[in-house]
Design a protein around this ligand. Structure first.
Ligand code: FES
Length: 166
């Protein structure tokens, strides 16, 4: 008999894990980034389609691929829903805790799964502006980006995997 105790996921997390929205890639995305490490399997890829309208960059479509856990899949599903139709600036300002709130909360041990999703999104947005950084985009890495980076470094030390830092 298994002695493992099921994690206290909310019904929303379980529903989105079973039926994630925006799963898959976008061909020829305007922005793309990966966060996590293929070495341990906790990897998320974010794809964005962005168009310029009224001097704003609008996220027309957002999709993801996740090789993370149920919480990561649910977080990425929610995050991609939240950013569709928003400007890149609005999307940038979404924090991991807002994503977790939308899910009805995450077990403390699973908060990093939401951080990884937000870190991936911010990396994609940063990548999009790599030639021409707007004023609102901080030149220094944000906490979510640093945490995603730290997690990758820990995983790399543990597993010796190669990390894609797009
Ligand atoms: S993404 Fe690593 S445990 Fe959820």
């Amino acid at each position: 008999m298994s002695t493992r105790v099921p994690l206290p996921y909310t019904p929303k997390v379980l529903e989105l894990f079973r039926n994630p929205k925006n799963l898959g890639k976008i061909d020829n995305p305007d922005a793309f980034a990966q966060a996590g490490s293929p070495a341990c399997g906790d990897v998320i890829r974010i794809y964005l389609k962005i168009s310029r309208k009224n001097k704003e960059d609008l996220i027309e479509d957002a999709r993801f691929e996740s090789y993370g856990c149920a919480a990561n899949i649910a977080a990425a599903s929610t995050l991609t829903e939240m950013i569709k139709g928003k400007t890149t600036r609005e999307a940038w300002e979404i924090g991991w805790n807002e994503v977790a709130d939308q899910l009805g909360g995450l077990p403390p041990i699973k908060r990093h799964c939401s951080i990884l999703a937000v870190g991936g999104l911010r990396r994609a947005i940063r990548h999009y502006y790599k030639e021409n950084r707007p004023d609102w985009l901080p030149s220094d890495l944000t906490i979510a980006e640093k945490q995603a980076l730290e997690e990758e470094e820990i995983i790399e030390r543990l597993y010796g995997g190669k990390i894609a830092k797009k």
